[in-house]
Design a protein around this ligand. Sequence first.
Ligand code: AMP
Length: 413
Amino acid sequence: MFKKVAGTKDILAPEISWWQKIENLSRSIFSVYNYQEIRPPIIEEAAVFSRSLGEFTEIVQKQMFLIKNKEEIYALRPEATASIVRAYIENNLDKISALQKLYYIGAMFRLERPQKGRLRQFHHIGAEVIGSTDADIDVETVSLADSLLKAYAIDGYEIKINSLGCLNDKKELTRLLSNSLKGRLSDLCPECQERFKRNVLRILDCKNESCRRVIAKCNIRDNHLCDDCKTHFERVKQGLSDLNLNYEVMPHLVRGLDYYTRTVFEITHKSLGAQDALGAGGRYDNLVRELGGPDLGAIGFAFGVERLLLVTGLKNNRQEDRNPVYLVTLGEQAKKEGRKILARLRQAAIACDTDYAGKSLKGAMRAAGDLGCQYVLILGDDELNKGVITLRDMGSGEQKEIKQDDLIRTLKC
Ligand code: AMP
């Protein structure tokens, strides 16, 4: 028997209804913020990601699902920002509108060691705004993330923000951090010792206890920020405060990918344990140009749907009952007429079903009960002769004959 690939999931009923709910709520919030959906392919040239995320990032080095085809190497997308920027440039979206507000919902793939909250196929709900460096866009983006979480009935989350500054500032941050870590390399985990050589900022992301202790001693504030980036960050913080959004400035917050500049943020939830990030994002003001497009600022974020589902309060609400009408037919003629009745009900948008397994009346009634049907329709020779159908209310047990012509009206009442 075949088994699913480790780190993937079959999403089945009844859980699927929570997915649909989260997706539908997201679509309506995105539309309130004037976002358009974008659906790039899930497969891209691998270089789209290595150029964007950075050669020395964990995702590119270890986690990409690669597919070799002759001379070309494709990757299943590990995240969507790079794909969306590629699509933005390829489709000249800047010519359509100076500011593009885009959202996406879909599967991402990372070759990770599967564990709670870490899958190999997981799902992002994300947003990207391309075309502006205005700090007000950062504020709107964080506020959108907050609105989404409120719509998902999630509380107790924490919004953490920081500014990495522009490319020069990031170099300065790297220099400051290298200087302050130089004398303590032996206290870092082997991976961070490697990071020290290639990508020092990633050390700030390390969850290892001894690395965390070393990092806590590094005095990193906003010393690396140039005047422009300082002003930008001040405006972001002020804007968030004006909207009464609760946030915390975390000088140690960096995002693991090379493309981030200026504002970065992460939203965490304590109840998630070790993998506590519900979502994260930030500015990437150089990526559009880096991938061959115009020089435009951009910002985005993504939530992990599987983690949203672990903490959503929507599950506390009673599942809406699915209560299709169930038709039980007795005899060949009734079965034939029954098919027409089902077609008429469906045309009138009344959910309905019937038995296809030749069940007895008792068995069919049990099936209707299992489906949670409120009404059962019974059609036999007697009903056919009189042009009626028996309607049984499964709640009260009451049963009455109604004219077939009145059926839709009665069920819609
Ligand atoms: P990232 O692109 O790594 O910043 O991820 C954004 C969000 O996606 C994270 O905060 C998680 O909620 C979720 N996520 C990332 N990687 C995984 C994974 N392997 N399995 C499940 N969720 C993930």
